[in-house]
Design a protein around this ligand. Structure first.
Ligand code: GLU
Length: 487
């Protein structure tokens, strides 16, 4: 299906950082839009003035950009239905509020937070669903005036018709029917005239011609309210798809105690956006076969709502790490070096004076076992002289093989002093000369002494890679340090 009329949106509230769940919602909308060659809109829902901040808005935008979930309309992009930030759309909500007033579908409510809380507690005590019981529903103009004279500032509530069940079809969950009596007349505008989420979202979904609302399951309880508002205003309803909740492996709500939950944290830890995107796409959706590693093009091609799952998705960070490792290994060495350099630098390795080709070789050598790029400093540091030291086990190895080690290192140093380079044949020649000169040593010790002296570690990448990368001078410097442990 190709439809330019497919328009979806991601509507974050800038009241916190972009979390895994929000990123997944954005991604699903993006993939759905791209699959249908439709439009993906980013809308900032900042009507909660107390909790919204420009810093969170900026961070959300940056994280979405980093993830490569690109919007067609929205902040920094604009389009025919802007502005795309709700605080800049207040006259629009006022226009719709006037319509609701004209239909007598809204009324001012003067109840204080304390009165509402007392009502809530009372209902709970009586084992009833807490909701607004309609105290201000039928106030006379005179009663309103009296309350206003007491200094009470009213909120605006929507008047619910309790006789009509609300029915809708969810593209993932099927038919849903809700008894309006459980909703209670709900607030749509605050005392200062600012709209609340259910109201502004409905207005904007309609004004922005949103065809499909794809969002987290936690919003399913908002949908009946939004439908009532839309129907009352005579607005065209979008299709709804509520995607599964994301849980931790212990099936509890995903939270800080399970580790990182925000996109920014994964970015800082050195997860690649392609890996995170690939992993998130599989949280509540699958391509219908066993495939796991999927490029963005494949995701777009295969992304259909019919393959979304309603049961909870489990966020398994081990799986994400595995996938990230695969992307680290499979990326071009040029691309991964670009990503890795900031991590080397923040680890304290001096990269400015190094040639790009050398850095690429180092990163190509060490990337094999990485799960995230923040591990790279520790593995790559053996190539950087400023970080060189012998680990305790390395020292022990040398002292345990003291006489042989002394002989091997002295000979090796002598040979290196005459060598001009260690590339290819240079390294092979060095090894055969060494073998000849210290004929008594067995092959294993011969190699291990070199490894330990040159890398300071018992294990690591192949020596035929390490030594040429270090070069003659660096190898000799390290050998001298190792020798000084043996006097
Ligand atoms: N602003 C809402 C949120 O961040 C959007 C919900 C929706 O997609 O309708 O959760």
């Amino acid at each position: 299906m190709t439809s330019p009329s497919i328009r979806v949106r991601m509507a974050p509230s800038p009241t916190g950082f972009l979390h895994i769940g929000g990123a997944r919602t954005a991604l699903f909308n993006y993939l759905f839009a791209k699959h249908h060659q439709g439009t993906f809109v980013l809308r900032i829902e900042d009507t909660d003035k107390e909790r919204s901040t420009p810093e969170y808005e900026k961070a959300i935008i940056e994280d979405l950009q980093w993830l490569g979930v690109r919007w067609d309309e929205g902040p920094l992009k604009e389009g025919s239905y802007g502005p795309y930030t709700q605080s800049q759309r207040l006259p629009m909500y006022q226009k719709y509020l006037k319509k609701l007033e004209a239909l007598s579908k809204v009324y001012p409510c003067y109840c204080s937070p304390e009165e509402l809380e007392a009502e809530r507690q009372d209902l709970l005590k009586r084992h009833k669903t807490p909701r607004y019981m309609g105290k201000c529903r039928n106030l006379t103009p005179q009663e309103r005036k009296t309350l206003e004279n007491q200094g009470r500032v009213p909120v605006i509530r929507f008047r619910i018709d309790e006789t009509q069940p609300i029915q809708f079809h969810d593209l993932i969950r099927g038919d849903i029917s809700v008894d309006p009596a459980i909703l209670g007349d709900f607030v749509i505008c605050k005392g200062d005239g600012w709209p609340l989420y259910n109201f502004s979202a409905v207005v904007d979904d309609c004004e922005m011609k949103i065809s499909h609302v794809i969002r987290g399951e936690e919003h399913i309880s908002n949908t009946p309210r939004q439908i009532l508002l839309a129907q009352t205003l005579g607005l065209q309803l979008p299709s709804y798809a509520h995607v599964s909740i994301i849980l931790a492996p212990d099936r509890s709500k995903l939270s800080k105690r399970h580790g990182a939950t925000s996109v920014g944290e994964y970015k800082k830890m050195g997860f690649l956006p392609q890996a995170l995107k690939n992993y998130l796409a599989l949280l509540g959706w699958n391509p219908g076969d066993e495939r796991e590693m999927m490029s963005e093009e494949e995701l777009i091609q295969n992304f259909v709502i019919e393959r979304m799952i309603k049961s909870p998705a489990i966020f398994d960070v081990e799986k994400l790490k595995w996938m990230n490792g695969m992307y680290i290994r499979n990326s071009s060495v040029e691309a991964i070096t670009k990503e890795a350099l900031p991590f080397l630098e923040s680890y304290g390795l001096e990269i400015q004076s190094k040639k790009m080709a050398w850095l690429q070789k180092v990163i190509g050598t060490v990337r094999g076992n990485l799960e995230s790029l923040n591990q790279i400093g520790h593995i790559a540091e053996l190539f950087f002289d400023e970080k060189f030291s012998l680990e305790a086990e390395a020292k022990t190895y040398l002292t345990n093989n003291k006489d042989k080690a002394k002989e091997i290192l002295k000979t090796l140093d002598g040979l290196l002093s005459q060598a001009s380079h260690l590339e290819m044949e240079g390294f092979q020649k060095l090894q055969s000369d060494l073998k000849e000169k210290v004929a008594s040593s067995d092959k294993k010790i011969l190699f291990q002494v070199q490894r330990v002296a040159v890398t300071g570690r018992l294990k690591g990448p192949e020596m035929n890679i390490v030594m040429p990368l270090l070069g003659v001078d660096s190898c000799r410097k390290r050998i001298h340090i190792a020798q000084s442990c043996l006097v």
